[in-house]
Ligand binder design. Structure first.
Ligand code: ZN
Length: 343
């Protein structure tokens, strides 16, 4: 063993960290993937990342780990639920544990950005769309012109074959011209088209581009995204679940704290918007929403009123930094420099 470099091991074998098994992927085997994702989350939990940063890590790193397995295996529901739970907790609490209730449901979070979601993929649905690619490959490789769409598996066949046929039946409805794999008017099946079809026909929202335009600072866009869905936990909303709650605005103590008051009618908000009026129309103007929400949290949880001149100063600094950054990557933003210099 020492000479060959082989290791004494037991089934299942692994290749690039993924188990090689001819049968059903067990709950225990899927635990390896869950542990790998958990290890990543534990490390990131020590860093102070914004919501937007955490969403990016889920969409890129965690999704990359998951995709290695989901392309090959039909993952068990327990494993998929666990991965979803870890990601949801990490997105909203910054750790593997649920420390706070999510502002937005996971179903909405998994919608595309044009539909008002965050664009994080639903793990179960994506797994089916990825496996459909394998189903298509089996069709082309082994059955060719034979009728795969009308094929029914024998009752005593393996679990995996039964599941493959289940996914085939599921996707048969989406093919516009069986026995060919034509999808939603496209000549070829792709995972993204299959996923889109499985997620259903969701309506696009009119405000979809506002939080995610290139000029918006991501962590500011995230708060705007939650606000546009009327899901920021203002006192008016929390009072529906908590009885005898003080609902007065923590910034002015003059009215009930609800979205329209906090961001527009509140005297504090008016001072903020008035203070950075010269910046309206410049990239990053939604920074005001982010800072009003921050000032509200400081007033509520630290009992400290953040002076409006220093908030306005910080907003201006943030917008200036953003414009200089945008100008450094594209000349199209140079027209904002003159306005910036005049502020
Ligand atoms: Zn107020």
């Amino acid at each position: 063993m020492q000479i060959t470099g082989f290791k004494d091991s037991s089934f299942s074998l692994r290749y690039l960290g993924v188990p090689i098994t001819a049968g059903r992927l067990t709950k225990n085997e899927c635990t390896k993937l869950v542990e790998k994702i958990l290890a990543g989350v534990r490390i990131w939990a020590t860093k102070s990342l914004s919501f937007a940063g955490r969403a990016r890590l889920i969409s890129s790193v965690i999704f990359g780990m998951y995709a290695c397995w989901a392309t090959i295996f039909i993952l068990p529901n327990t494993g998929l639920d666990k991965i979803t739970q870890i990601c949801r907790n990490y997105l909203w609490s910054g750790s593997k544990d649920a420390k706070r209730k999510p502002h937005i449901s996971w179903v909405t979070t998994c919608l595309s950005k044009s539909q008002g979601g965050l664009g994080i993929k639903d793990f179960g649905t994506r797994n089916k769309a990825l496996i459909a690619k394998l189903v298509k490959w089996i069709h082309g490789k082994y059955l060719k012109s034979n009728s795969w769409w009308s094929y029914h598996p024998p009752k005593d066949c393996s679990w995996y074959k039964r599941k493959i046929c289940f996914i085939k039946e599921l996707f048969k409805e989406g093919s516009t011209s069986p026995p060919h794999w034509n999808w939603l008017g496209k000549p070829e099946y792709t995972v993204s088209i299959g996923y889109k079809w499985l997620m259903g026909d969701q309506r696009k929202v009119t405000w979809a581009r506002i939080p995610w335009t290139r000029t918006v600072i991501l962590r500011h866009g995230f708060i705007v995204w939650v606000l546009l869905q009327h899901r920021l936990p203002t006192k008016a909303k929390l009072s529906k679940y908590i009885t005898d709650m003080d609902t007065l605005c923590p910034l002015c103590h003059q009215a009930i704290e609800e979205d329209s008051h906090l961001f527009y009618d509140c005297e504090y908000a008016k001072e903020i918007w008035g203070g950075h009026k010269p910046l309206v129309g410049l990239p990053g103007e939604y920074t005001g929403v982010y800072y009003i929400w921050r000032a509200r949290n400081v007033a509520l949880f630290k009992q400290t009123q953040w002076a409006t001149p220093s908030v306005v100063k910080e907003i201006k600094e943030q917008i200036k930094t953003r414009i200089l950054f945008l100008h450094s990557i594209s000349a199209r933003y140079s027209l904002y420099i003159d306005r910036l210099l005049s502020i």
